[in-house]
Ligand binder design. Structure first.
Ligand SMILES: *Cc1c(COP(=O)(O)O)cnc(C)c1O
Length: 217
């Protein structure tokens, strides 16, 4: 538990998988965590963070950015089109691109702003009704659509169903990425990040194992 423990476990998972040291980005998921816990991890030198709500991120990260250099901020939750402009200015990466309307909006904003965060396409590997993401069968066409819009698609992201073996979902995501020539794989959380690294994750999203249990809202 805590940053040091998780970075140690991540380094071991990289070595066990024959991956280069530092090849996996540890995104510390700071959503809902009290600011003093986040500041503590910033003071330990960690720089990659994840938030799942634009509004919440806008309320705290500009201040942290003023105090700490080199912060790399990732949006890992659903993005409404009407918050896309704010997301583009706030985040370095967006992991939840999941529909044509959002892709078109991001492409327009990228033109206007002259910059675009790194993008990951979310795939609903478990085909769950309540979950965001493109269906696996539609993923290839959507990747192409985003590329035709000249969006900087870096990889794919998934959140496996809670009651299923995550490795099956990680393997499916890796397969879809490989056949589309995508390098990035955003997969794995507190309970399963080592398995995700074994299956090729380039970005793991770890919250409670670093910061402690989320304080209920
Ligand atoms: C909250 C969240 C995480 C981190 O979950 P933990 O179980 O606390 O590690 C990872 N990914 C997404 C998309 C999340 O919303």
């Amino acid at each position: 538990m805590g940053l040091t423990d998780i970075t140690t476990r991540l380094a071991k998972a990289e070595a066990d998988a024959g991956r280069a040291p530092g090849s996996v980005t540890l995104i510390a998921v700071s959503k809902v965590q009290p600011n003093e816990r986040v500041r503590h991890v910033l003071e330990q030198g960690h720089r990659s963070y994840g938030e799942n709500k634009v509004q919440e991120a806008a309320g705290k990260w500009p201040d942290f950015r003023a105090d700490f250099d080199g912060i790399d901020l990732h949006l890992i939750g659903p993005l409404q089109t009407n918050k896309a402009r704010q997301a583009v200015s706030l985040f370095d990466a967006i992991h939840s691109v999941d529909r044509p309307k959002l892709a078109r909006t991001l492409a327009r904003l990228a033109q206007e702003e002259g910059r675009c965060p790194d993008l990951f396409i979310q795939v609903n590997t478990g085909e769950e009704d309540q979950k965001a993401g493109v269906m696996p069968a539609d993923a290839d066409a959507f990747v192409k659509e985003c590329r035709d819009l000249e969006l900087p698609v870096r990889g794919l992201m998934c959140i496996p169903p809670v009651d299923e073996e995550p490795a099956l979902h990680f393997a499916l995501l890796a397969k879809i990425a490989a056949r589309n020539g995508l390098q990035g794989l955003s997969m794995g959380m507190s309970s399963d990040f080592e398995r995700a690294v074994a299956l090729g994750a380039t970005h793991v999203r770890v919250g409670s194992a670093i910061f402690g249990e989320r304080v209920p809202e």
